[in-house]
Design a protein around this ligand. Structure first.
Ligand SMILES: O=C(O)c1ccccc1NCC(=O)[C@H](O)[C@H](O)COP(=O)(O)O
Length: 200
């Protein structure tokens, strides 16, 4: 079964939505973004979150000390590194680590082999931004990646395309942000439809 991550929660309403709809993971963005929140807001939201939902912190080129401080303060389960973090950086934490790779073409696949992390998040390359673009990439490039790696597929997923994406990539997790938003905020019906399409 493919698990679901809903990324970029910011509001109390978002927590109410996910507590009802029960994705497997939710993401809090500490990277620079319109979805960025600080550790105090994240902790407040996490206190109201259903205990069965795993909490992912999204970082981008933060110092190791800063990540550890936020992870402990917010009691994060998973650290997702969306910037230019190298393998040594990624192995500096006790938590589960997912490293994001932004796909432009097949050349990036060699890069994955340099990392010994718990999950490989495959997202779309877009110049000048690290994630949350709402743009998808050619999934055929990574169609074999989940044979020997834990793959989180991201980038422009929606309730309309997620079934095709799962069929081609067979990821362990699908990750969505823009595709479940209306006017920049999370939308209950869109999240519901997305999860229904993934779980059947
Ligand atoms: O979501 C952001 O704004 C963001 C900004 C900077 C780094 C990472 C970010 N998001 C990480 C995620 O896990 C997103 O869910 C993923 O990039 C997919 O986003 P989308 O294409 O909007 O579904």
């Amino acid at each position: 079964m493919t698990n679901v991550k809903i990324c970029g929660l910011k509001r109390e309403e978002d927590i109410i939505y996910v507590n009802k709809l029960k994705p497997d993971y939710v993401g809090f963005v500490f990277a620079k973004s319109s979805r960025q929140i600080d550790k105090y807001r994240a902790k407040k939201l996490i206190m109201g979150l259903d205990k069965g939902i795993k909490k992912v912190g999204v970082f981008s080129n933060h110092s190791i000390g800063k990540v550890k401080e936020i992870a402990e303060f917010c009691n994060l389960d998973i650290l997702q590194f969306h910037g230019d973090e190298d393998p040594i950086y990624c192995n500096s934490f006790e938590n589960t680590v997912w490293k994001a790779f932004r796909i432009k073409d097949g050349n990036i696949l060699k890069k994955l082999e340099e990392y010994d992390v718990d999950g490989f998040l495959l997202d779309t390359f877009a110049r000048g931004t690290y994630g949350g673009t709402g743009k998808s990439f050619d999934w055929k490039i990574v169609s074999n990646a989940s044979e020997n790696k834990f793959i989180i597929l991201a980038g422009g997923l929606t309730s309309e395309n997620v079934e095709d994406a799962i069929e081609i990539v067979k990821p362990q997790v699908v990750d969505v942000s823009s595709g479940v938003e209306v006017c920049g905020v999370k939308d209950f019906e869109k999240i519901k439809k997305f999860i229904k399409k993934v779980r059947g």
